[in-house]
Write a protein of this length. Structure first.
Length: 375
């Protein structure tokens, strides 16, 4: 099953009506549902568009893809999703697949993680609940399908402070050596993500004009993760080492565009013109998948052994654990990461403490001492 067909577009910089229109166009591509009916306000496709519009941009992408997976399964087997039963969602669950990158950079099908399976079922159940709440005559087959138990332990790969600094230094040295806009953009973007714990979607949708001076600080204004509130913005101070690499990136970009830095506009981190294909003029915002692939490729080049499992969320996880280890309070880190409650932030501290203060180290010392006494 080709899940790539149902990846949600990035919806930004549009008002509520424009957002619904763009989402509606994406929903029209979903299979198995009845044909669109613009005269029926409560048609399944119309309700699906409104359901997606109420989600944050990050959640919207994942929800669209999970729903697309279910509807594609229904279409391939001739199942009407509006008449589906538990046996259908059970069969869908049993045959689920996911993709991962192989060593050549290609994608291979693998069994999904328990968390992925549980999330897909939860998404589809949420969709059915929304239809039912709007008096569509359907049952919720996903509600009865058993979801796998998911460990609360994080599986996100994070770097040590030494690894993080080494990676950022390597990116900076690479940018200085190559001198290209792409190299400076990559260094600037990843420095921002690792240094202030910004979500990748917030970084990808930030605009040049979101860089501001406030009360003596250089700050970045960004859109928070929220459920459909387009005006929920936050701001983070940028440390000097972040300002330095951003300044050089914008200087190189302005030189290429033939304008002064003060006259730059549009998205902060953008694609660059293709050297051989003039139709690709650059200037487009980077998507989460672009950043994900770029981060892994650069980490591989930098010699990080964990490059295969790095993701943009690794930067947030690294920023959170490093800040806690450096003496920041839980509340300070919660605010930096925009966690709704300190409970989420506490997981970062507990994971660090579980590793750093494990009884394993006492046992290791005992083994070392005993071996030291042996002849």
């Amino acid at each position: 099953m080709d899940l790539q067909r149902y990846r949600a577009p990035t919806f930004t910089d549009t008002d509520g009506n424009g957002l619904l229109r763009l989402i509606g166009e994406a929903v029209d591509l979903l299979p198995a549902l009845p044909p669109p009916d613009p005269d029926d306000r409560y048609h399944a496709r119309s309700l699906t568009s409104v359901w997606l519009a109420g989600l944050s941009q990050t959640s919207r992408r994942g929800y669209y893809q999970a729903l697309g997976s279910w509807l594609a399964w229904c279409a391939e087997r001739g199942v009407d999703p509006l008449a589906a039963r538990k046996a259908d969602t059970d069969a869908w669950k049993a045959g689920m697949t996911a993709t991962r990158r192989d060593e050549q950079g290609g994608q291979v099908a693998v069994a999904p993680s328990r968390a992925t399976t549980a999330k897909r079922l939860a998404v589809v159940s949420s969709w059915y609940r929304y239809l039912i709440a709007n008096e569509v005559d359907v049952r919720n087959p996903a509600a009865a399908t058993e979801r796998p138990r998911v460990s609360r332990e994080s599986t996100t790969t994070s770097l040590t402070v030494q690894e993080m600094v080494g990676f950022l230094d390597w990116l900076l040295e690479r940018a200085r050596r190559l001198g290209t806009e792409t190299a400076w953009r990559d260094a600037a973007l990843l420095t921002v993500l690792f240094s202030i714990g910004l979500r990748v979607t917030a970084g990808a949708t930030a605009r040049v004009e979101d860089l501001r001076r406030t009360a003596g600080y250089t700050v970045l204004r960004y859109r928070r993760k929220s459920r459909g509130d387009a005006d929920d913005f936050g701001r983070k101070p940028l440390p000097p080492h972040v300002v330095e690499v951003l300044t050089e990136y914008l200087r190189v970009r302005a030189e290429r565009e033939g304008v002064a830095v003060a006259d730059l506009g549009g998205y902060l981190f953008v694609s660059t013109p293709h050297p051989h294909l003039p139709q690709y003029r650059g200037g487009q915002p980077l998507g989460q998948n672009d950043v994900d692939a770029k981060m892994r490729d650069l980490a591989r080049q930098a010699g990080l052994t964990c490059w295969r499992t790095l993701s943009p969320h690794s930067a947030r996880h690294t920023a959170g654990t490093a800040a806690l280890a450096a003496g920041a309070t839980l509340e300070q880190v919660r605010r930096m990461l925009d966690h709704a409650t300190v409970t989420t932030t506490q997981r970062y501290l507990h994971e660090h403490d579980d590793l750093a203060n494990s009884a394993v180290w006492h046992l290791s010392e005992a083994i070392a001492r005993q071996r030291g006494r042996q002849p």
